[in-house]
Design a protein around this ligand. Structure first.
Ligand code: NCD
Length: 305
């Protein structure tokens, strides 16, 4: 089944049938990976444009393209690109569309993905637009939940940390809205609560949620999704320093509990290293799931799945 859109900008575009299909194709991509890859996208070129730092997202997109036999062209850091000379995002996209068959872009400004996609003549994937959305991360998060918990419906999910600026929790909340009997526990300091646009969506979908400052409340969930305080979004450095490590999850808190611990990474102290040794720690497996999910998306958007 082809996806009913050309560009992936936000998880709000997706219906449950779409997420199920993407997860199904991602599972089949895991089989492709065990065979060492395929030539499905031979001759295709991915433009990998990262105007904001990235390790996992970028490397897993590039791995995904190469495992499917495709090629990559890249640009990174606005200071190294012609945007630095004043070129508009739209002009960059008009030009890139003539070089590449598909584009993945990360950019520091919220809404930049939409502007770029409008000028892009080939499929476009938002790899993170400032504090806005990060749809491919949310899809790999969903894939991880399905693999680790055996289901997505009927789960209680705690989101912890910077819910205000963390784009991954925004995108994931919209996706969870497609599933049945989901309950959310939103744990954050008052300054970093979930934006109104997301909480009003949850109310609209009748998803029960509680907002709390208490990390212990989140430990009773099936899944605890921990996030980093997004330093780069703070205008005031002191405000970041004050809020950065309000929550530190330790092995002692998690040991013996049924809670699955996830994190989009990078972590910068909010999960102590002693959690890594526990079976609850899913975050490195989660990062690995980025490859089959992005293989699935590249193949589907290029009409090759
Ligand atoms: C996240 C992002 O870039 O939003 N990282 C990622 O893509 N794995 C989370 C973060 O940077 O905190």
């Amino acid at each position: 089944m082809p996806l009913p859109f050309q560009h992936l900008l936000s998880t709000k575009q997706l219906q449950r049938a779409d997420t199920e299909e993407i997860l199904r194709v991602a599972s089949s991509m895991e089989n492709v990976l065990t065979k060492g890859g395929s030539e499905l996208l031979k001759g295709k070129i991915l433009a990998s444009l990262f105007y904001e730092p990235s390790t996992r997202t970028r490397l897993s997109f590039e791995t995904a393209m190469q495992r499917l036999g495709g090629n990559i062209i890249t640009a990174e850091g606005i200071q190294f690109s012609s945007m630095y000379k004043g070129e508009t995002l739209e002009d960059t996209m008009r030009m890139i569309s003539q070089y590449a068959d598909i584009v993945a872009m990360r950019h520091p400004e919220q809404g930049s993905a939409e502007i770029a996609a409008r000028a892009c003549g080939v499929p476009f994937i938002n790899a993170g637009d400032g504090p806005g959305q990060h749809p491919t991360q949310a899809l790999l998060d969903l894939f991880t939940i399905q693999k680790e918990c055996g289901k997505i419906d009927d789960l209680c999910i705690a989101m912890v940390g910077d819910l205000r600026y963390g784009r991954t929790v925004h995108s994931l909340s919209y996706l969870l809205g497609l599933y049945k009997n989901i309950r959310l526990i939103l744990v954050s300091p008052t300054e970093l609560t979930m934006p109104e646009k997301v909480t009003s969506f949850l109310r609209e979908k009748s998803i029960p949620f509680v907002e709390t400052k208490d990390l212990a409340a989140g430990l009773r969930a099936d899944v605890m999704y921990v996030t980093r305080v997004q330093q780069e979004r703070f205008a005031d450095r002191n405000e970041y320093e004050r809020l950065k490590l309000q929550y530190i999850l330790t092995g002692e808190m998690v040991r013996g509990r049924n809670v699955l611990v996830m994190h989009p990474l990078p972590r910068v102290g909010e999960i102590a290293p002693d959690v890594d040794l526990l079976p609850n720690a899913a975050y490195f497996r989660q990062a690995g799931n980025g490859v089959p999910i992005r293989m699935a998306l590249l193949a589907m958007l290029l009409g090759k799945a």
